[in-house]
Design a protein around this ligand. Sequence first.
Ligand code: BDR
Length: 296
Amino acid sequence: MFGVIIMKKIILLFFILSFIIIYSKEYKIGVIPKSMYTEFWKNIEAGAKVAAKEEGVTLIYRGPTYDENEKIQKEIIMEMIRMNVDAIVIAPADKKIVSDEINIAIKKGIKVIIIDSSIADVNYDCYIATDNYRAGKTAAEKILKLSKNRDKIMVLKFKKGNGSTDEREQGFKDGIKENGFEVNCEEYAGTSPRETVKNIEQFLKKYKPKLIFASNGTITAGVVSVIKKIGNENIVIVGFDMNEEIRDAIKNGYISGVIAQNPYKIGYTGIKKAVELLDGKKVEKEIMIECEFITK
Ligand code: BDR
C-alpha cells in the first residue's frame, strides 16, 4: 500500500517537472540586421541585447558584414530555421528577395517580426519601423523651409528594392510636388562608402544642385565627405540617420540637418514583441517608432 502511494507521488512529481521544463523553455530569438557595422545597426543590436537580457531569452544576432546583402540574409534565415529559433526579427535588405525564406520560417511556426524596412508577400506578425514615407515628406518640408532656392532639387538614392529608402525617396518627391515644385535630378549613389563618394562627386559636378536629399546614413556620409572636399556653395543638404561624422558635419555647417531614427528602440521593441507573441499574447500589426529632425 505504502509503495503505491510513493509511486503515485513520483509519477505526479515527474509530470509537474516536465510541465515546468516545457513551459519555462528559454526562447531562442534570431535577429537579422541588414549589415553589422554602421552605427545604425550597432544601435539596433544594443536595443535587442538589452531587451533579450530583460526577458531572459537567448539572442542570436547575425547579419551581412558590411553591405546590405540580401543573398547573405537568405542564407542566415535558413541557418536560423535549422537552429530551431522560436522567432525571427529581421530588417529585410530587399522588399521581395528574402520573402520566400521568411515564408518558410512562418510555415514552420516561427514568429516573424519585420523591423526597419517594409517587405512584400509576407504575412508577418508585426512590423516595427520609422514611418519612412512620412519621414521623406518631412525632409521635403524642412528643406524647402531652409532654402530660398526652388530649382536644382536633387535626390541621392540608395538601392532600388530597399523598402525603407524607396519609401523615403518617394515621400520626399511627393512632398516637393505637393509644395508645387519638382525634383530635377535623382540618382542612385551606391551602397558602400567608396562607391558613394565617387558617384556623388560626379553628380554634383554634373547637376550643380542647390538642394540635396540623401535617403540614409551611408549616402549622407558620402555627401559629407564630398562637401568637405569641394566646399559647400550654399547647397542646402538634408540627410538621414545620425553618427559622429554626420553630427560634426551639421555642427560645422557642411549639411543643414538629418532625420534621425531611433534604432535602439526599434531593436528593443522587436525583441519585446517577439516574446509577447511567443507567450501567446496579441500584438499590434504595425508599430511606428518616432524620429526627429536634427539641425545645428
Ligand atoms: C538606414 O537606411 C537604410 O539602409 C536602413 O533601412 C536603415 O533605416 C541605415 O542607414
